[in-house]
Ligand binder design. Structure first.
Ligand code: 13P
Length: 340
């Protein structure tokens, strides 16, 4: 393991007020999003969509790293150039999702365990040879009546830590993503309690599995009320709760925290990240960044709609969302930026 290289890559992923763009939807998830808009669910449509994203002019101004999916990392542009080459030539760091999905957990109705550890060492070697420099693994924790269970939290935390250790061994920076889901009627207080518990368990496991904290990035949820909760806190209240929770549970040694968007609207995700940086940035030990999928891609996907003639307009929308989130990292995002 080259410790300094891992530290440098992790720092580069959160440097310059940039963030990550997750475009690593599995084939079923990508197809589901296409189906909702009536876009054909074909290999070629997925390839064309991903080509649209990675060839967006100026994307590297706001995006430090792109998270790809196994299908995508092997794909090429229409002219034959590999996606990996396009990304690296644009000055963006390529990354790869390496979990194989969240599956029903035995003995734990309503809960999931993320799989993908078997054979991971050799897959990481292959991805590293292809040019990937970081990886992602997502664990999901559902809230509800009697949920989450200790068993689900512990098993997912241990898998995240074992994945992270294997990544560092292979020279890839692990993005450690324990996502407490937004679905449900739970309050912000309940999300806060569970997020803190999950993060403490994850970091205990990261220590136990000897993961070097300086060479990783945490990708957590923001502390939010459930989507169906009648009380929806203000942007500032969400920012306060999220920062307080993270300060209590995330070691200062990690270089950055890059939030997932989790089903928030694009504008709210930007506004909440902005409020955290505007109010607390100078007092935080780590960078507060973004690693959004839906909150960056969704407007562009809707414009693109599977039609080549919409590529330019879709790229404009993607560039815009990426720029809004870069502004949010500086605490300079305003609703006026949305009008531009
Ligand atoms: P969202 O921003 O859409 O939550 O996706 C982030 C991600 O990468 C999920 O693994």
């Amino acid at each position: 393991m080259n410790t300094q290289e891992l530290i440098n890559t992790a720092r580069m992923l959160v440097a310059g007020d940039k963030g990550l763009l997750a475009m690593d939807e599995s084939t079923p998830t990508c197809d589901k999003r296409f189906a909702m808009l009536g876009i054909p669910q074909t290999l070629e449509a997925r390839r064309a969509y991903r080509e649209m994203i990675i060839t967006t002019p100026g994307l590297a101004e706001s995006i430090s790293g792109l998270i790809l999916y196994d299908e995508t990392i092997r794909q090429k542009k229409k002219d034959g150039t590999t996606f990996i080459k396009i990304i690296i030539d644009a000055g963006i760091i390529p990354g790869i999702k390496v979990d194989t999905g969240a599956k029903d957990m035995a003995g734990h109705p309503g809960e999931k365990i993320t799989e993908g550890l078997d054979g991971l060492r050799s897959r990481l070697t292959e991805y590293s040879q292809m040019g990937a420099r970081f990886a992602k693994w997502r664990a999901v924790i559902a809230l509800g009546e009697g949920l989450p269970s200790q068993g689900c939290i512990e098993a997912n935390a241990q898998s995240l830590a074992r994945y992270a250790a294997l990544c560092q061994e292979a020279g890839l920076v692990p993005i450690v993503e324990p996502e407490v889901l937004m679905d449900g009627e739970h309050t912000l207080g309940r999300c806060n309690e569970v997020t803190e518990e999950v993060l403490r368990t994850v970091f205990n496991q990261l220590y136990t599995q000897r993961v070097m904290l300086e060479g990783m990035i945490l990708k957590p949820n923001m502390v939010l009320p459930g989507l169906a909760c009648p009380k929806q806190e203000t942007v500032d209240e969400v920012a306060d709760a999220t920062v307080r929770c993270l300060l209590r549970s995330v070691p200062a040694a990690i270089p950055g925290i890059a939030f997932l968007s989790g089903g928030q609207t694009s504008e709210l995700a930007s506004a909440r990240l902005n409020a955290m940086n505007f109010r607390f940035k100078s007092r935080l030990p780590w960078a507060l960044s973004f690693s959004f999928a839906r909150a960056i891609q969704q407007p562009a996907l809707e414009i693109w709609h599977g039609d080549e003639k919409n590529v330019f307009a879709a790229q404009k929308a993607l560039y815009h969302r990426a720029s809004c989130n870069r502004a949010a990292r500086r605490g300079e995002y305003t609703t006026a930026i949305e009008m531009v």
